[in-house]
Write a protein that binds this ligand. Structure first.
Ligand code: ARG
Length: 261
């Protein structure tokens, strides 16, 4: 995780950021981020990346790269506003002894924002349509020797795969069907049996419920309707709701603020 010392909305690269220019509350952002970190620390160890001035989105460490078995596939950001993060992320992974893997320079790839490991079915879900290049998925499949399922995103509010899909414990998968093409919805249905699919409605999706940190049975998220909370509990999951409203202004929530190492 990266502390939000320099977090703000300083440019617009997704619909959530529109009209939010300079409207984040630094103190509230720090309180919300700290509460998220403390919740995670009850179940996992948290390493930190130092914040930098003029890189407000560095807090969204999910986009630093995709980590698997001590290796990292570094991100290559679509927008020039975030490209300054790449060198900082690379240095962090080098200093922490990760094996560095890279995609060809012409391909954009936004890391764990668009590539989600689903350990219970040994596959990697890879999103494209807004940020990561369509050709990233087949290359990741070779690079990481893991099966991938490529999904096409169509709703600009759900521009990263981790804003609309979350693999959970015991093979459950929470997702917002409206964010995907018909073919991609079919691909999800082929890979996940009906009794393991938790389809959420638009209202819950807009609460960033799918942007959840999953640690074994625990699901940490910004918010969810009472009906969705019941559904998740019936699936045997434990919930921790922790408000992240300041980060929603930049188009991110719990999962975006973390990178599973
Ligand atoms: N403002 C950031 C962007 O648009 C938010 C990134 C959220 N990260 C994520 N993994 N969904 O790039």
């Amino acid at each position: 995780m990266c502390p939000p010392d320099h977090f703000e909305v300083a440019y617009v690269i997704n619909p959530w950021m529109e009209g939010q220019y300079a409207r984040t509350d630094v103190a509230r952002a720090l309180r919300q981020w700290t509460a998220l970190k403390q919740t995670i620390e009850r179940h996992a160890q948290v390493s930190q990346l130092s914040p930098r001035e003029n890189l407000p989105d560095l807090v969204f460490t999910a986009n630093a790269g995709l980590v698997m078995d001590g290796a990292v596939v570094l991100s290559r950001f679509r927008s020039k506003e975030r490209q300054g993060e790449e060198a900082i992320d690379r240095r962090w992974f080098e200093e922490h002894d990760f094996r560095i893997l890279e995609l060809p320079p012409e391909l954009t790839f936004e890391g764990a924002g668009d590539a989600l490991l689903d350990p219970s079915r040994a596959l990697l879900w890879v999103g494209h349509g807004f940020r990561s290049h369509k050709d990233a998925a087949p290359l990741l499949e070779t690079l990481l020797a893991t099966r991938t399922v490529s999904l096409t995103l169509i709703d600009p509010r759900f521009y990263h795969l981790d804003t609309c899909l979350a693999p959970l414990a015991d093979g459950f998968l929470m997702y917002y069907p409206g964010a995907f093409t018909e073919d991609s919805r079919a691909a999800i249905e082929t890979n996940v049996p009906a009794n393991r699919r938790i389809a959420v409605d638009e209202e819950d999706a807009l609460r960033f419920c799918c942007n959840a940190v999953a640690l074994n049975d625990l699901v940490i998220l910004n918010d969810a309707s009472p009906a969705l909370q019941d559904h998740l509990k019936q699936a045997g999951l434990t919930l921790a709701l922790t408000p992240l409203s300041e980060f929603l202004k930049a188009g991110g929530a719990a999962k975006c603020l973390t990178l599973n190492l």
